[in-house]
Design a protein around this ligand. Structure first.
Ligand code: ADP
Length: 169
């Protein structure tokens, strides 16, 4: 009994402290969905070796979007941003892996697609900042907040990649 409890606690502790378990919230915005880029964006994260632990198409209510972008409420583009994000469904995802928050931001590119390097998602597919295709959490703490905002705990799948040892040394 005690041994089982210790084993469960030890597994839980390892999961909480394993850097490979870092998670981020990535969303294909309404323009990305309309332009048929869901598959392209998933492909890039999969090819890198990251693991999708949740994904769904959702036409987000304005309340959710206002909460998601609450730190930008005083920006002049805030109302337009909420309108844009509620203009159609988004594909919301949670990705897991080593330094996925930072690498996810790099893979997305700069906020303004015109400042994004070719090879990044925004740099390959976008032009205007108000149509920048995708969202990615900017820090581990933000990722926790955004994942909890967009997903219920039971929507997150906890599983191992069979080929994990071919991705991580
Ligand atoms: P990021 O999405 O790269 O984290 P921000 O958090 O600064 O960037 O902004 C959130 C979103 O608001 C951006 O992705 C973009 O869609 C929109 N946005 C940012 N700046 C502008 C702007 N100057 N004009 C219009 N929309 C903007």
């Amino acid at each position: 009994m005690v041994a089982t409890l210790l084993s469960v606690l030890s597994t839980f502790y390892k999961k909480m402290t394993d850097p490979k378990q870092e998670r981020t919230f990535i969303a294909v915005k309404p323009d990305g969905v309309q332009r048929g880029l869901i598959g392209e964006i998933i492909k890039r994260f999969e090819a890198r070796g990251y693991k999708m632990v949740a994904g769904k198409l959702i036409w987000a209510p304005k309340d959710l979007l206002k909460n998601h972008y609450k730190d930008l409420a005083d920006k002049p583009f805030y109302n337009g941003l909420v309108e844009y994000m509620s203009s159609g469904p988004v594909f919301a995802m949670v990705w897991e892996g080593k330094e996925v928050v930072k690498m996810g931001r790099q893979m997305l590119g700069a906020t303004n697609p015109l400042a994004s390097m070719p090879g990044t998602i925004r740099g390959d597919f976008g032009i205007d900042v108000g149509r920048n295709i995708c969202h990615g959490s900017d820090a581990v703490e933000t990722a926790r907040r955004e994942i909890a905002l967009w997903f219920k705990e039971e929507e997150l799948s906890d599983y191992e990649f069979a080929n994990k040892s071919w991705i991580y040394e």
